[in-house]
Design a binder for this molecule. Structure first.
Ligand code: ASP
Ligand code: MG
Length: 402
């Protein structure tokens, strides 16, 4: 759709009445430039965390369906308040829940995937000249049960809407100026990146930098949605995310640290064809996302297999691993929450052997042991002791002179 902009405002940008007013003003500015505007909002401030806490006080293992029912209310509060604020400034506006604007998802509660967006309702409202405010993070499955897209999922709602409506731009408004070379709360010298490729930012997002919901970037790349991450507190340029970005000799674009992971090890697994398949298909069936995998070289009839997962999925993953271990007669299952994944990211990194060596040297200089290494075309990651993660990130940022 011509002249359509999708804007997404995160929880901190709408955390209180003053901020909601300011965001309302900003939306109206865009509208007054002659644009059609679809806005996606997250729940106010820490609402989602507070709702989770409430549920946990009642039930340590609350049913996922009810969690989605609960968490979706957070966004319903912020869309209505934002619409009320915009109306107060004299503009036509309508707020819509995920279900109302036809966001159809899979039925996997708490991490549903968007399968389709039936955009006619939004199109109708836009045609009537209204600003459309959409609840992020939520959708509805085939049975009309409310689903959510995983923490931070509003980014994905925004990009999915931008893709389906063929928006000219998707702006992600947050409380920082854009994507940084490293988390500025940890690394003082971190600087804002002007332009970054989808692939690089995807690696940053999936290796722990809390810039964007990883799935939103995958989707932006797939549908070539032009994306900007910028602050809702100022008018700075932000970070442009697009297909390809020229590298002037900088190879390392960013460094990220993921502290929300855990490692599971299964000892003395029979060394036979089909064993890895059996384990990882069982994990996949439980919708557990596995990241780094190592199988050691054992010169006996057994192997040790380790893998990392999201710490949120630890309980479930351990029970899958235990069941597997029992069935194949492995010796035991252990897990470790004291690990973190440190990654350096940049196009062409793997082709440049010097980068890996500099990365490992930096860890050596701090006397930090590397537990696991994994690489992709544009990333090198090391699993290290979580306690030393931040220190390592600061040191590596210096070492690469970013
Ligand atoms: N409110 C949800 C969360 O805190 C979704 C989001 O912020 O994008 O995870
Ligand atoms: Mg949030």
């Amino acid at each position: 759709m011509q002249d359509l902009i999708v804007q997404k405002y995160g929880g901190s940008s709408v955390a209180n009445v003053e901020r909601i007013k300011r965001v309302a003003g900003r939306i109206i500015e865009t509208k007054e430039k002659g644009k059609k505007v679809v806005v996606v909002v997250s729940a106010m401030g820490d609402t989602t965390d507070e709702l989770i806490d409430l549920a946990m006080k009642l039930n340590a293992n609350p049913p996922s369906r009810e969690m989605d029912m609960l968490l979706a209310t957070g966004e319903q509060v912020s869309i209505s308040l934002l619409a009320i604020a915009i109306q107060a400034k004299g503009h036509d506006v309508v707020s819509l829940t995920g279900a109302q604007c036809g966001i159809i998802t899979s039925s996997v509660h708490k991490k549903a995937r968007i399968n389709d967006i039936q955009t006619y309702r939004i199109e109708k409202e836009l045609a009537a000249g209204k600003i459309v405010i959409v609840a992020g993070f939520q959708g509805v499955d085939e049975n009309r049960d409310i689903t959510t897209l995983g923490r931070g999922g509003s980014d994905t709602s925004a990009v999915a809407l931008a893709a389906s409506l063929k928006a000219e731009l998707c702006e992600i408004y947050t409380d920082v100026d854009g994507v940084y070379t490293a988390d500025p709360r940890v690394v003082e010298e971190a600087s804002k990146i002007d332009e970054i490729s989808y692939q690089e930012v995807l690696e940053m997002a999936s290796t722990g930098a809390k810039v964007l919901h990883p799935r939103s970037v995958e989707m932006a790349e797939k549908f070539k949605v032009p994306l900007v991450v910028r602050s809702s507190y100022n008018y700075n340029e932000g970070t442009i995310i697009k297909e390809e970005v020229k590298m002037e000799k900088v190879l390392v674009r960013g460094i990220s640290l993921d502290e929300n992971i855990a490692k599971i090890s299964i000892f003395e697994v029979p060394d036979q064809p089909g064993i890895a398949f059996r384990l990882f298909s069982a994990l996949a069936k439980s919708n557990i996302h596995v990241d780094m995998i190592v199988q050691n070289v054992n010169r006996t009839a057994v192997n040790d297999i380790s893998f990392t997962i999201d710490v949120d999925e630890l309980q479930e993953a351990v029970s899958v691993a235990q069941k597997f271990a029992f069935e194949v007669n492995a010796q035991k299952v252990e897990y470790d929450q004291g690990v973190a994944k440190l990654s350096v990211i940049g196009t062409g990194i793997v082709a440049n052997a010097e980068i890996a060596s500099k990365f490992f040297e930096a860890l050596f200089e701090l006397g930090i042991n590397i537990q696991t290494i994994s690489t992709s075309e544009i990333k090198i990651s090391c699993l290290i002791d979580k306690e030393r993660g931040k220190e390592a990130m600061v040191h590596i940022h210096k070492k690469f002179d970013m």
